[in-house]
Design a protein around this ligand. Structure first.
Ligand code: FES
Length: 167
């Protein structure tokens, strides 16, 4: 029961916030992407109910808004994890084994790039050069850089984060 109430409150909040965002834009289809980007910035993803709100506001079919929301890589319909793991796949990192780092992360979390773990703790993203080539291969978790990554270091870092959640 408590969960249902919490969910309704959250939904109500996201509708209110979305309405505030919408008020900044003219009611015009041309602004669909700009509105969705704004919503993405605000929530770090695009809640389902926000798609409805955008569709009503600009009087555009839901399917059109949905298509735009799913087309652009920078937009996501799913909330990201508390820890977003970015695996660099720039040239230096690729040459020095970023694929092994990614494999270790995927097998530890049992998710693919672009997905979030079931406990909502981790998401994986593949990115281009993060500007720390001397430390290749590199992964970045939220704003923290981890260099010279190996399979063992991946497990160590992820275990530390998991442990810190129980403290
Ligand atoms: S290629 Fe990975 S940090 Fe530059």
């Amino acid at each position: 029961m408590t969960e249902v109430i919490a969910l309704e409150t959250k939904t109500e909040m996201s509708i209110q916030n979305t309405k505030k965002i919408l008020e900044k834009y003219p009611k015009d289809k041309r602004y669909t992407l700009a509105i969705l980007q704004d919503i993405q910035r605000n929530y770090d993803y695009i809640p389902k109910e926000a798609i409805w709100e955008v569709s009503n506001y600009i009087e555009s079919p839901l399917s059109e808004v949905y298509t735009i929301a799913t087309f652009y890589k920078a937009l996501s319909l799913k909330p990201k994890g508390k820890y977003v793991i970015k695996v660099c796949n720039g040239t230096a990192c690729h040459i020095r084994g970023s694929d092994k780092v990614l494999d270790a992360i995927k097998s530890s979390l049992n998710i693919q790039p672009g997905e979030t773990s079931e406990d909502g703790l981790f998401s994986i993203e593949i990115v281009n050069c993060v500007g720390a080539c001397a430390l290749a291969p590199v992964m970045v978790i939220n704003d923290k850089y981890y260099g010279n990554m190996t399979k063992d270091k991946v497990h160590q870092v992820l275990d530390e984060i998991r442990r810190s959640q129980n403290e």
